[in-house]
Ligand binder design. Structure first.
Ligand SMILES: Nc1nc2c(c(=O)[nH]1)N[C@H]1C(S)=C(S)[C@@H](COP(=O)(O)O)O[C@H]1N2
Ligand SMILES: [Mo]
Length: 381
């Protein structure tokens, strides 16, 4: 008996004609570019926050705005990718209904890889979006999971591009349409669609990028943070109240510096040491950043006074009772930088409680999460 073909269920009919490889390629190009930028800047951010041992002491402090640019691009490309991903899924979703669902082992593998691709892309954009509004409605911790899934997504994108290379090549440019010998009757419709998709991605970018790119701050309508809104003109992620840093916990505050020659300083003593001024950005991993004028004592001078060898790394401890950013380590390259300060002042005023009174770290080219507030101890490593 010869095998009977699977009976086909009543198929949904797709009358729209733009669900074609040409549209998928055109949107995919933009989406691919956004995902590539997002992936690379994400990897940079991760290794700055959790540097492998061989890199920890060598990370550079210049340019001072490097992390600000990189993280601004990360969040902007991730946000722009949301409308692009929706357009891409719209272009290809009729393929979910191909019949028979599995034609061969190769076909099964291809569908499986697309399932992983779509799932990881949706997961990354969704968790990233919720992270910038600091909403964590899931049981896992964001950073390690977002980082791990990024690699799965990157792998699935590469696999997808390899599998689809013939289609991509055939539809890459308008000229390649000619090689298909068919007149492209849908060209005008497709152009309108791409224009609308481009406009959506552009609108998302323009109304959010001002959170990091301050010349566009007045257009920052949709981002969760506005770079000017906060005490002393600088936003705050974690307030003193949230960190349970109170008047009582600050009473009798002294800076403790542990090293070959340990010592302690009261706040008036610290303020009487030579002060340095520096204009440096706070660049939050959640995507907002703003430059400010900081004043304080060079970390390098404080470490030297404790007998630290040149190039020593340092551990910084906050008096915050608990929290993911209570303890921070800084490699020798940053600790020795003349712009790395234990800041006492912000924009010409004594630090406010929310910005880390009495003393906080400010260092060039570093993620905001490492700019530790309410510092109470430095330990030479
Ligand atoms: N001790 C401590 N320092 C901290 C944090 C924290 O939670 N605890 N948050 C960090 C984060 S996420 C950022 S973006 C910066 C923001 O500094 P600001 O509140 O002065 O703008 O502080 C950092 N310093
Ligand atoms: Mo942050």
């Amino acid at each position: 008996m010869s095998p009977r073909p699977l009976p086909r269920p009543a198929p949904p009919s797709f009358s729209g004609r733009l669900h074609d490889p040409r549209t998928a390629t055109a949107v995919g190009r933009l989406l691919g570019a956004a995902v590539a930028v997002c992936f690379l800047t994400g990897v940079v951010s991760h290794y700055l926050q959790q540097p492998p041992g061989w890199l920890a002491d060598r990370l550079p402090g210049r340019p001072v705005w490097g992390y600000r640019l990189s993280q601004g691009l990360h969040v902007a490309s991730g946000l722009a990718a949301i409308p692009l991903l929706l357009a891409k899924l719209w272009a290809v979703y009729p393929r979910l209904f191909v019949w028979p669902p599995v034609r061969s082992a190769r076909h099964a593998l291809e569908r499986l890889s697309v399932a992983v691709l779509v799932a990881t892309a949706v997961f990354q954009l969704f968790t990233g979006l919720l992270n910038i509004v600091e909403w964590y409605p899931w049981p896992f911790s964001f950073v390690p999971v977002h980082f791990a899934v990024a690699w799965v997504l990157a792998g699935s994108v590469l696999l997808h591009v390899a599998v689809k290379a013939p289609d991509i090549r055939a539809h890459w440019s308008r000229r390649s349409a000619g090689t298909l010998a068919l007149p492209d009757e849908d060209a005008a419709d497709r152009r309108s669609l791409l224009l609308a998709v481009g406009a959506a991605a552009g609108a998302v970018t323009v109304t959010t990028v001002g959170q990091a790119f301050t010349p566009l701050r007045s257009l920052d309508l949709l981002a969760p943070r506005h770079p000017d809104v906060g005490p002393q003109g600088v936003p705050v992620n974690r307030t003193a109240a949230a960190a349970r840093v109170t008047g009582a916990s600050l009473r009798g505050w002294r800076l403790e510096v542990l090293g070959p020659r340990p010592y302690e300083l009261s706040l008036p003593r610290l303020a009487s040491l030579p002060q340095t001024e520096a204009t440096l950005p706070i660049a939050c991993v959640e995507g907002w950043s703003v430059s400010a004028r900081w004043g304080g004592v060079r970390i390098r001078d404080l470490l030297e006074r404790a007998g630290a060898p040149a190039g020593a790394a340092v551990r910084v401890v906050s008096l915050e009772a608990r929290g993911a950013y209570r303890v921070m380590e800084m490699g020798g390259e940053y600790a020795g930088d003349p712009l790395t300060l234990l800041a006492l002042r912000l924009n010409g005023q004594v630090l406010s409680a929310d910005h880390g009174f009495p003393a906080r770290i400010i260092a060039p080219n570093r993620p905001g999460v490492l700019q530790t507030k309410w510092v109470t101890r430095l330990e030479v490593l």
